[in-house]
Design a protein around this ligand. Sequence first.
Ligand code: UDX
Length: 437
Amino acid sequence: MKIAIIGLGFVGLSLTSVLASKGFNIVGIDIDKEKCKKISNGISPFYEPDLEKTLKKGLKNGLKISDDISLIKNCDLLFVTVGTPQDTNGAIDLSIIKKAASTIGKNLKENKKQPIIFIKSTVIPGTMKNDILPILENNSKKKAGKDFGLISNPEFLQESNAINDTKFPHAIVLGGYQTRFMKKAKKFFVKLHPNTPIIITNHQTAEMIKYANNSFLATKISFINQLSNICQKIPGANVDDIAKTMGLDPRIGGLFLNAGPGYGGSCLPKDMKALINFAKITGIKPVLLNAVEEVNIKQLDQIISITKQRFGELSGKRITILGTAFKPNTDDIRDSIAIELIKKFLNRKVEITIHDPQAIKNTRNIFGDKIRYAKSIRDALSKSQCVVIMTQWKQYEKLNNNEFKNMTKKIVIDCRRMLVKKQLDVDYYAIGLGREK
Ligand code: UDX
């Protein structure tokens, strides 16, 4: 059995590497030649723990990487993992996936096999039936359900845990018509993940499941962030004790209740916007989703207001940002809240120094020489007047009085409550903790 994966971003490259490392006959395809060259040499184009190790194992097993889409012609299974970004209005931009579908369709024409096409990219409900299916049929002159299978197969992996999530998904969703292709797909996944629940449903429900998951996760985060803002006004209150106790209630669950500066990343903000946009089209007023987004956007005000309260005028002040990646163990800064914060500070003429163990290069691509980039935490803090811990990198847990000693004013804003238990000789603020008067 030959498998093609089209689009080698986080989802596609993780799947390619994991399947190839397990010994499947895989070809990974991407239009970006440079990217393909890197990957063929065992180098990941982005930082993701365990990815390179898994990729190298896959390459040893004969994994092929190419920019030649015609290689799908003799494949039995095709996984489409191209990006579905947002357009300038926040709605989903389907142009990349439509183009991919049209190329796949053209190549399908000459495919002697009857392959199954899995769409893993996140798409709004109706996209499979209204867009992807007709594009594939028109370009291939073949019929879905008869000549090829078409299945919605949303992906739930988290960046920084992508390999593990690909190996051990919590659920597998297969959306589509109940055809022989669906039976074959189920058989493939049962063998691949024997203990994972498989949900078989129709296309539109499968498409909606992904938005349901991501919008609920965003809701949990905005909920705890709103609560954390209230806690900050109650002297001595601690949002973590509240979240921990809530998490013990099995109806709630403890994950995604970690208060902070707001959610970022390549999925939650984009998917929230797409769902809000889609809800409006259906005639439903997305009151709750709007509120979730609003809480998220306003969360940064907490940080700005602490700095204003301590400094008065912000212009010319020296502030250090620790962590620009949208979360630890990644170099990804897409929709990172730290990047938003830096932009807000720059608008107020603050002098910014940043540190991040992985994301300096990506951050430099945005800000160039408008900010300073420190190689070490100590260098980042030297002569700084205020430090904001944005990303929960393990390295920042070790911060102590010694590290802060070269700051000229020692204001510490800890958005992740990493230093709460330490005896620090600084002016300490933490998101979600009410300062004792
Ligand atoms: C998310 C979904 O979790 C994943 O299932 C989907 O496939 C893609 O989108 P990811 O973007 O990798 O994954 O990041 P995630 O771990 O969900 O974090 C998103 C943001 O929420 C980060 O900015 C993170 O810091 C923030 N977050 C997360 C919190 O502020 N508090 C939490 O408790 C959890």
